[in-house]
Design a protein around this ligand. Structure first.
Ligand SMILES: O=C[C@H](O)[C@H](O)[C@H](O)COP(=O)(O)O
Length: 156
């Protein structure tokens, strides 16, 4: 699988760890940076770049990593067509794929040990989207994103 990874300084160690682990098991990993530690760097450039690459490369997935994962998720979701989910345990990582067809996982490096984060990310990468009713909901979001027209509220 093609996997794009990006972070900020807070996520650099986990990004480096995951990129190696994922490459070692045969994934094609593209690391959009940062390459070196800079405590003053900012997550938006890296996370937006990772999300743009994922959206442009059908079938790929992405991982964006910071201290909490919150800002990284927000940044990735600013990219049209991106769906990024904050994953913080194995169950929610699976749901992000099964129900939301999330294209990117956001991970908080300060919330997990390296091996715990690896397990959570592995669950995300190995779970398939279920489609069905979930696709209908994703279509509503995509239509809103493209048109600016909100989905109709149900009439009672
Ligand atoms: O949501 C943002 C991320 O958690 C950042 O990694 C975090 O805010 C960086 O914090 P600091 O600049 O204090 O290392």
């Amino acid at each position: 699988m093609r996997i794009y990874v990006g972070s900020d300084h807070a996520g650099l160690e986990l990004k480096t760890y995951l990129a190696k682990k994922l490459s070692d098991i045969g994934h094609e990993v593209t690391d959009v940076g940062p390459a070196t530690y800079d405590a003053e760097d900012d997550y938006p450039p890296f996370c937006i770049d990772a999300a743009r690459r994922v959206v442009a490369d059908e079938g790929s997935l992405g991982i964006v990593i910071g201290g909490s994962g919150n800002g990284e998720q927000i940044a990735a979701n600013k990219v049209p067509g991106a769906r990024a989910a904050l994953i913080w345990n194995v169950h929610i990582a699976r749901l992000a794929r099964q129900h939301n067809n999330a294209l990117l996982a956001a991970v908080g490096s300060r919330m997990h040990t390296l091996t715990e984060a690896e397990r959570i990310v592995h669950a995300f990468l190995t779970t398939e989207f279920e489609g069905g009713r979930h696709q209908r909901r994703i279509d509503q979001l995509a239509h809103y994103e493209c048109s600016g027209q909100p989905p109709a509220l149900p009439t009672s």
